[in-house]
Design a binder for this molecule. Structure first.
Ligand code: ADP
Length: 430
């Protein structure tokens, strides 16, 4: 059943959407947390190294006669760390070089003066080959009685950051797989959840089909009895005869309603038998005009056909007749006295045959246009009832069109008229 399939897909989609947002948030938070913990750990290390180097330099500045013990500096820096010490007049006085790959970049950063004293900052740069380098740097003033120098300490964290990036990509990939699995589970679960609903729905449809079927016999009996009474010569009282006539007309309306209901219920159960054969649509439309002309004439409405020519289709003759009668009947019902109804064969080609039923009646307001195909929907209930309508005609028309793999559409100008168009598959044989 279509509505269950649709609900199932909607439920599964909503679930997948929620899961997707949830996963995206988790991955984002995880990425930020990893970034933060890595940064703070590295920053700590960098500050420690800066303190170590500064201490060594201060010691050296205060004891210039001592031989320089390079270990004092090296103890503070491991192989990815580097430092540069500049004198007040911007002379490089001591350094542990950064690797060749990043040295120029590091010196540019120092030159730009973007490093705040005591702050640890991350700088990114991609070299000519497109490789992204990431360094973390901090600076520190070295102040002694007779010197004022600036120390820049940095660390090449390229590998760490690219590792983090790879980890994040891996998470996104896993998140995507998790989302696919979650969607599949969601789809499955939505299907399971709908099973009892579908069963209840099927039962209700079966009930409608059975009930309308069972109502037909007693109605036929009442009708036959009314006919019998009318034929009885002993009933001559005009009042009684009128009562019986009224009874008959109500029973007739009810019989129509019941047979419409049965048609709708059966189409729900896919229990409608169709007898598809090759036939000429124009012949059917001509018959419909013949059948409906007396009804149109009662309202002084002109019912005509236009553009009629051979139009072969594969269809169930009775159903197509029923469909055309529904449309023409509506056109007559909703067109005031003296109007006109036109059945026009629009298009006949190799693939499809299109015809429309056009009236110059009351029209349908735009907001009702979509709803007229719904079961029991009537724009103006009183008017429809007065005309013998029950709001099922167009939904039956839709079912018939569906059975034939065709299309039905409506266009209308409120107060001016309405045009229903039906498209059916053509029969290709010559
Ligand atoms: P009904 O038995 O009430 O005619 P239908 O399903 O056939 O039920 O039509 C639904 C509603 O659509 C009608 O009540 C009417 O308001 C509107 N409608 C259908 N055909 C026309 C038309 N040709 N012109 C104006 N309104 C129409």
């Amino acid at each position: 059943m279509e509505i269950f399939g649709r609900s199932r897909r909607r439920l599964a989609f909503a679930y997948a959407l929620i899961m997707g947002i949830f996963l995206a948030v988790i991955i984002f938070v995880m990425h930020m947390a990893m970034n933060w913990s890595m940064f703070s750990e590295q920053a700590q290390e960098l500050s420690d190294a800066a303190n170590g180097v500064a201490e060594a330099q201060i010691f050296y500045l205060q004891n210039p006669s001592d031989a320089i013990d390079e270990n004092r500096y090296y103890k503070s820096v491991n192989d990815r760390l580097f430092f540069y010490i500049f004198s007040e007049d911007k002379q490089l006085v001591r350094f542990e070089r950064a690797s060749f790959r990043i040295e120029q970049f590091v010196l540019d950063v120092i030159e730009s003066g973007n490093i705040e004293e005591g702050e640890v900052e991350v700088f990114r740069h991609s070299n000519e080959t497109g490789q992204l380098n990431t360094v973390m740097m901090t600076s520190k003033k070295i102040v002694t009685d007779n010197a004022m120098q600036t120390l820049y300490v940095g660390k090449d964290v390229t590998a760490l950051y690219s590792g983090l990036q790879k980890a994040t990509y891996a998470q996104i990939f896993l998140g995507f797989i998790a989302l696919l699995i979650a969607s599949a589970i969601g789809y499955f679960m939505a299907g399971r959840a709908l099973v009892p609903l579908k069963e209840a729905y099927d039962k209700q449809k079966q009930f409608a089909a059975d009930a309308s079927h069972e109502l037909r016999t007693p109605l036929a009996v009442v009708m036959a009895s009314a006919d019998l009474l009318l034929a009885d010569p002993s009933i001559q009282n005009p009042f009684l005869r009128q009562v019986i006539e009224d009874l008959k007309s109500e029973v007739k309306k009810m019989t129509n309603l019941v047979s419409d209901l049965l048609m709708v219920a059966r189409s729900d159960n896919n229990a409608l038998k169709v007898k598809i054969q090759r036939l000429d649509l124009t012949e059917i439309l001509k018959q419909v005009i013949r059948t409906m002309t007396p009804i149109a004439e009662k309202k002084n409405i002109r019912l005509t056909g236009e553009n009629f020519r051979k139009a072969m289709i594969n269809a169930d003759e009775q159903r197509i007749k029923q469909l055309s009668i529904i449309l023409v009947d509506n056109a007559i019902k909703y067109t005031p006295e003296g109007g006109a109804v036109l059945i026009r064969l629009e298009q006949v080609d190799n693939t499809r045959v299109t015809f429309s039923v056009i009236d110059n009646g009351i029209g349908i307001a735009p907001e009702d246009l979509d709803k007229v195909f719904e079961r029991f929907y009537r724009v103006d209930k009183a008017r429809s009832r007065e005309m013998g309508g029950n709001g099922l005609g167009l939904s039956i028309a839709v079912e018939i069109v569906k059975m034939h793999d065709g299309k039905i559409s409506v266009a209308s100008q409120f107060g001016e008229g309405t045009k229903f168009t039906v498209e059916l598959k053509a029969n290709l044989k010559k």
